[in-house]
Design a protein around this ligand. Sequence first.
Ligand SMILES: [Fe+2]
Ligand SMILES: [Fe+2]
Length: 398
Amino acid sequence: MEQGIVFKEKAVARAHQFEAFLNQAVRGYDRVAATLHVGGRKGSYDDIRYEFVGGSQDTLRKKHYDKSLRLLWKAEQHMPWSSFRDLTSDEQIILTQAFEALSASERKQLKHMRTEDFKQKLNAAYTPEQKQALVNILSLIGHGEAYAWMVSAELLNECKSTGGRAAITMQVLEEAKHFVVLREIIQAFDCPIPRLPVYEYILLERTLKSEGVEKFFGMNVVVEGFALSLFGILSDMPCLEILKMFHRDESRHTALPSNYLAEFPLSWWQRKSPAARLRRLLMVLPAVPFLAHIQEDFAVLGVDSFAFGGSMVRKILNLAERVGFDLPLPRPVISNFLNDVFNAYCRYTRQHHVAQRFVEMETTRGEEQLSVEKEVFQLVEQHTLAAKKASNVVPMSA
Ligand SMILES: [Fe+2]
Ligand SMILES: [Fe+2]
């Protein structure tokens, strides 16, 4: 039998004493440097408690990390024609069993579904003009997904607690999936893919440059509100059923700031600072020229871009209020102002325009999609109704 190592007790004890001394010196230096804001420990990790700074926050983990894993979807299952091979062997077995339960004609249809077949389905479902309009609209969110991936990756290092980080990690993973999968869908249309319109470029760059949890406003409120509305309208269209998966993910992302900030609330100054409130309003305002810029593409698909915009703005303002990101003016004032601007632009560019309450419209289609959104917005509606009752103000229809 091999003999165990025999240690020189005193020498080993001295080595441990040295480590303890060095530990005190290094951490002491880091504490002082952090207090003086000249450096210090970068990792907001508490190795003494074996926890990230902010605690465990299991509720956040359960609501986002666990739920994301339960609802995790694979591109190979929903897009057998794509280049993705992301199913596990167990999932493949389950799919094979489901495949065998199909009728002979259904099986034949699925088995031979390749990229070329998907392209043929697209050509059968849409005219060339409609295909180009769809690419123009889908690429708006395709480019947005790239920024969502970058912003969520940066937020990961700015969020507190083990549960908070687990939640954001799932968003990073999902944004990565959204970007690569949507890119392949858009490329299958075989149409030129446009660059970012400058209005969206400004919004996305401002979001990426936002400080700390303020990124939640640009990202999870404005950009996710836009994504949720867009997937809500497109996921009911032929060949785009997979966008229901995106829609479900985005609804979870829009709920993330309110769940996170319930545990780590914004300070009074973070909410009320005039500069922060103005910055938020300036982030929403590019929506006006942006909706004007895309109105022809939406019209090709039979949708009024300002109806879409009204529906989207209402959701964004709801989310901002729910999360506690105050704006310089009350929500009804901003809604009415945007509604007036939308109508003024329509009068300027359209013949026989009749004024409409765009901000009261709902453009999300499909029962499933509407119920997903209802779940996200239910809380704020309850909260808003309670507040209106209390102040005896007539509720603005939401
Ligand atoms: Fe996304
Ligand atoms: Fe997202």
